[in-house]
Design a binder for this molecule. Structure first.
Ligand code: ZN
Length: 124
């Protein structure tokens, strides 16, 4: 790879410094907003459950390499496929699993916007 190309790549991917901040901001802060808006009575519990849905990222352990910032999780990892999402939507219909479902679907949204950003900024 020529020097010029390397520089270009660096510029494109400088967003990757900001991206994890947005990513984890969304993973932690936005569930708090949802919890306060829709589950106000037990918002702390709702927030905790939604934060815990981050455990679906454990499916990354099955992948090689485990972490790759340029890889799109959606439809790559088993718990991040459209099939899994159908199951998450199904959980919406049961009162007991509704918060988990919202958390999981929001997690998918967060991961998905990551894919869009890295595609846009890193040309990958
Ligand atoms: Zn994920």
């Amino acid at each position: 790879m020529s020097h010029k190309n390397t520089n270009k790549m660096d510029n494109y991917c400088s967003f990757q410094i900001v991206q994890p901040i947005i990513h984890y901001g969304l993973h932690f802060l936005f569930p708090a907003v949802i919890a306060l808006a829709f589950f106000r009575k037990e918002w702390k519990k709702a927030w905790l459950i939604m934060v815990l849905t981050m455990l679906v990222d454990l499916d990354h352990l099955l992948a090689n390499p485990i972490f790759d910032p340029n890889r799109c999780s959606i439809n790559f990892h088993i718990l991040h496929t459209y099939y899994a999402m159908i199951a998450y939507v199904a959980l919406l219909f049961f009162k007991k699993t509704r918060i988990v479902s919202v958390g999981l679907l929001f997690h998918m949204f967060t991961d998905y916007q990551d894919c869009l950003w890295s595609r846009y900024f890193c040309n990958c």
